[in-house]
Design a protein around this ligand. Structure first.
Ligand code: CA
Ligand code: CA
Length: 261
């Protein structure tokens, strides 16, 4: 919707006679000195952009398989491991000169992940020692900078390749249900150790046992690493659209749109 409005605005600006461009002279009138015609040339070497960005991110299940059992299946009481997805919305300030782009951003990353059973993959496998995890408004407020080089194929289209670094500050929390233990093992991890004394964490969650508090060991600040490639459209040096994909701590696809000045 916003993109459509922006395009409409650009189209209008194209249609309207630009006030900064001299109108074609009807020719020298009586008593009017002749004016030399001015050929508009592109003199700006540095442009700036204010953009909004949106992304959809995820971690492929095949990568998570390296650390966590996938669960599920007909012979398992355990439901399938949750999918890790996130959306990003934010703002960008871009300085561009001769194809070199500095992209500075601030954004919110909202993790879209349901509660579920997370069980570490070990050999031989033990499916009973995982935790049930329930995210609560889990996300990050992130900011950082990227460098991108735009290879211009034409004045209005180019291919953008780049990377960068940022920092994300964790928001929200994750509530944990820890597994029960066998009868002869002490169980200090469980706030109500008698509830589901020997059950796995998923069963204890389903039974309605009290949770065992927030998951410990999540870092409060995370580095953000970017590797990005995309297409960049320049709408008459008035607006730009970038469609891109890559890695932003998760794999993502998305875009940015905004005004140039
Ligand atoms: Ca395990
Ligand atoms: Ca326990």
């Amino acid at each position: 919707m916003l993109v459509a409005l922006l395009l409409l605005q650009v189209a209008r600006a194209e249609d309207a006679p630009a006030t900064s461009t001299p109108l074609p002279s009807p020719g020298p009138g009586p008593g009017t000195p002749a004016q030399a015609s001015v050929t508009p040339i592109r003199t700006r070497t540095t442009t700036m952009e204010l953009n909004i960005r949106a992304r959809y991110m995820g971690i492929p299940q095949s990568i998570l398989d390296a650390w966590y059992h996938r669960n599920g299946g007909t012979d398992s009481e355990l439901p399938e491991r949750p999918a890790v997805r996130a959306y990003v919305s934010g703002v960008e300030y871009v300085v561009a000169s001769k194809g070199n782009n500095g992209i500075f951003y601030a954004e919110y990353i909202g993790v879209v992940m349901g509660g579920g059973y997370w069980d570490d993959a070990e050999n031989p496998p033990d499916y009973s020692d995982g935790s049930y995890l329930q995210p609560n408004n889990l996300g990050m407020i992130a900011f950082g900078g990227n460098y991108a080089h735009v290879f211009e194929a034409s004045p209005w289209f180019g291919i953008s390749v780049g990377g960068g670094l940022g920092l994300g500050v964790l928001t929200g929390s994750v509530t944990e249900w820890d597994p029960g233990e066998s009868e002869d093992v002490a169980n200090p991890d469980n706030i109500d150790a008698e509830c589901g004394r020997t059950d796995n964490a998923y069963r204890r969650f389903e039974t309605g046992c009290a949770n065992d508090g927030p998951l410990q060991g999540i870092p409060g600040v995370l580095p953000i690493i970017d590797v990005t490639a995309g297409l960049r459209f320049n709408l008459s040096d008035r607006a730009s659209i970038r469609l891109e994909g890559g890695f932003h701590d998760m794999f993502y696809g998305g875009g940015a749109v905004g005004v140039m000045f």
